[in-house]
Structures are given as C-alpha cells and as structure tokens.
Design a binder for this molecule. Structure first.
Ligand SMILES: [Fe+2]
Ligand SMILES: [Fe+2]
Length: 162
C-alpha cells in the first residue's frame, strides 16, 4: 500500500510526464509550420515516449494499491523563435524533470519505500539518456548556426527517428 504523500508525488509526476508529452507535441506543431518536418517527427516520437512515461506511473500507482488522480494538464506555449530555441527548452525541461524524479526518490528514501525506489530507478537512468539526447542535438544546432544546408541535413537525420 502506498503512503499518501508518495501517492501524491507519483500522481504529480504522472501529470508532469503528460505535460511533457503535451509540450513536445506543441513544439512538433511549431516545427511542422516553419517547416522543419524532421525536427517535428523527432518531437512527435518524443511526445509519445513521454506519454509512455506517464503510463508507467499510471500502472505503478494502481499496482502498488494507490489511486490514480488525473489533474488538469497545463497548456504549453505555441510559438518559438527557432529550432535552436525549441531545443534549448527541451534540454532545460529535461533537466527540470530530472530534478522532479530526484525529488520523489528523496521522498521514497525518507519513507523507506523500497518498491517505489526500485520503480524510480528506471527513470533515474532514463533521465541521463534524455538529457544526453537533448544536449547533443542542441550542440549540433549551435555548431551549424545559420548554415541552411547543414540545418536541412540535421532535419533529415532527426526525421529518421522511428
Ligand atoms: Fe519523461
Ligand atoms: Fe523526457
């Protein structure tokens, strides 16, 4: 049985993961319109991954005997200045999510909730990958700067994400 404060933290993270899905979908929509279809494809896939992260929390809360409480999902913004601007925010957002996961881990340690610590382990590892992916793409965008041809190459590469 989940302690109430743990259940609350897990539900909050379920919402945060769904917000991430929503944010990346909004970024995908922006990239579709500029148009940078490869960046858009990458972000669409990323959005699906975030939905899957949310569902991991959904399933764990139920399995651990808690109650899923779906809350309102905040609306993300709709405009960015460039794909560079988008990926700066992707990277910042992933660092913020890492902080949220670490915060729940701190709580699970404090409450001696070993099952939740074990569940969160997957996310600790996943966040290392998420930050690395975002920072790598951001570094590539910064290197390319305004060389249009290179930007289309990167767009093509990112569009390969299945
Ligand atoms: Fe996530
Ligand atoms: Fe993420």
């Amino acid at each position: 049985m989940l302690k109430k404060n743990i259940e609350e933290a897990l539900n909050k993270q379920l919402n945060a993961e769904l917000y991430s899905a929503y944010l990346y979908l909004a970024m995908a929509a922006y990239c579709e319109t500029i148009p940078m279809k490869g960046f858009a494809k990458w972000l669409r896939v990323q959005s699906e991954e975030e939905k899957a992260h949310g569902m991991k929390f959904f399933d764990y809360i139920i399995e651990a005997g808690g109650t899923v409480k779906l809350a309102r999902i905040e609306a993300p913004k709709t405009e960015w200045k460039s794909v560079g601007d988008v990926f700066e925010q992707v990277y910042e957002h992933e660092k913020k999510v890492t902080g949220l996961i670490n915060g729940i881990m701190d709580l699970a340690v404090k409450e001696k909730d070993y099952a939740t610590q074990n569940f969160l382990g997957w996310f600790v590892k996943e966040q290392v990958e998420e930050e690395a992916n975002a920072s790598e793409i951001l570094a590539q965008i910064r290197m390319i700067k305004d060389v249009v041809g290179h930007m289309f190459w990167l767009d093509h590469e990112l569009g390969k994400r299945g």
